[in-house]
Design a protein around this ligand. Structure first.
Ligand SMILES: Cc1cc2nc3c(=O)[nH]c(=O)nc-3n(C[C@H](O)[C@H](O)[C@H](O)COP(=O)(O)OP(=O)(O)OC[C@H]3O[C@@H](n4cnc5c(N)ncnc54)[C@H](O)[C@@H]3O)c2cc1C
Length: 339
């Protein structure tokens, strides 16, 4: 399969950052992907895997070969009291959610409208409104970019955590995820602990069902998050930090009410509250801005490059650490070099 040279990636990332791939390929299946990996390896080109580009910061040049898997197709079958649904890496995540809802298969409704591809979903164990992918995950098939082997990994092997997985701890592009299998319940079990979702469901005034929860989540998301087609962004730019209980008391002493969530390693604090309290909401540095309705989201106001977004992100990190003694971690991956 031919590698294309000097491919413009601006339309392939939701922050709409100007970036060029030295080489690029979009294989349609595992055979084509194996050929691309073999070719890139033979030419000593480092590999970068790109899905929908909704959780990346692309610097102006990506050296080596960018691979965008376009493996499509969704298959579902019943196994006892569960549905097993398998989708190709290139399937749009929300299309998978809609596919399941359309067939009366519940279980993904809380994850409706998360941008991006199925293949990227395990990388950061996507989550929203009280549900993480790991709770529905069965296994994945991946191509090893080191030796071309095809491997199958189960949930335990993927070592999922909060916005975390095995893949974030391996050298980048160790694996290209080809397909993801989910285990979904046969009967709907509502997960509507989030007040926003509860309020939206009440205002819809319909019986609580998987479709109703997806609709409520979709409405909340549309209201809270900027539409990437009009305001380029990469969703939450910072993870919610996990801190010790004593830190929560200290932060509450400083800030009053701070939303917290339980976490196996401590207590997760709402990063948005800290960024807001530090006065960053609606601020900008050049063409990189902080979204006025949700300060976790950094936006491209028009002409931003990766360096502008990163300058703003580093300034917020330093300020929050200085004021509140809490380190914020980036959620998106940063790729490439500035030329
Ligand atoms: C408006 C908005 C809202 C969002 N809301 C949420 C949310 O509620 N919850 C949440 O968890 N995330 C959210 N995100 C982040 C993003 O949607 C997810 O991280 C999504 O899974 C990224 O998918 P992608 O295909 O765009 O991945 P990309 O941005 O292309 O890539 C992300 C990472 O995955 C790797 N990758 C991609 N595809 C593959 C593959 N096939 N094999 C191996 N590695 C791969 C890339 O190398 C990179 O490291 C949001 C983003 C936006 C823009």
């Amino acid at each position: 399969m031919k590698l294309l040279a000097d491919v413009d990636l601006q339309r392939f990332n939701t922050l709409r950052l100007p970036s060029t791939a030295e080489f690029f390929a979009a294989p349609n299946d595992l055979d084509e992907a194996q050929l691309v990996v073999t070719e890139a390896t033979a030419r000593n080109l480092p590999i970068t895997v790109l899905g929908g580009g909704s959780n990346v910061v692309l610097r102006t040049r990506i050296p080596g070969c960018v691979i965008m898997p376009r493996f499509l197709g969704i298959e579902a079958h019943r196994e006892g009291d569960e549905h097993v649904v398998t989708a190709g890496a290139g399937v749009v995540w929300h299309d998978l959610v809609r596919f399941c809802l359309g067939r009366g298969i519940p279980g993904l409704e809380n994850l409706a409208l998360i941008p991006g591809s199925v293949g990227a979903a395990p990388i950061q164990n996507i989550g929203a409104y009280g549900l993480e992918l790991q709770e529905r995950f069965k296994s994945l098939t991946a191509l090893s970019c080191r030796d071309g082997a095809i491997v199958k990994l189960n949930a335990q092997q993927c070592a999922f955590g909060y916005r975390d997985s095995l893949f974030k701890h391996l050298p980048h592009a160790s694996y290209l995820i080809a397909a993801v299998s989910l285990r979904l319940p046969a009967t709907f079990n509502a997960r509507v602990g989030y007040p926003d979702v509860q309020r939206e469901l009440a205002s819809l005034g319909i019986r609580v069902s998987a479709v109703a929860v997806a609709e409520a989540v979709t409405r909340v998301r549309r209201r809270k998050l900027p539409d990437v087609r009009r305001v380029p962004n990469a969703g939450s730019f910072f993870k919610n930090p996990v801190v010790a209980r004593s830190d929560v008391e200290r932060l509450r002493g400083l800030l009053g009410n701070v939303p917290t969530y339980d976490h196996p390693n401590g207590i997760k604090v709402a990063a948005a509250r800290l960024i807001d309290a530090a006065g960053w909401k609606g601020q900008h540095i050049g063409a990189a801005g902080v979204w006025s309705r949700q300060p976790l989201v950094l936006v491209n106001l028009g002409t931003a490059r990766a360096a502008d977004i990163l300058t703003l992100a580093h300034s917020i990190q330093a300020d929050v650490e200085h004021r509140f003694g809490v380190a914020l971690e980036f959620e998106p991956a940063v790729f490439g070099v500035d030329e």
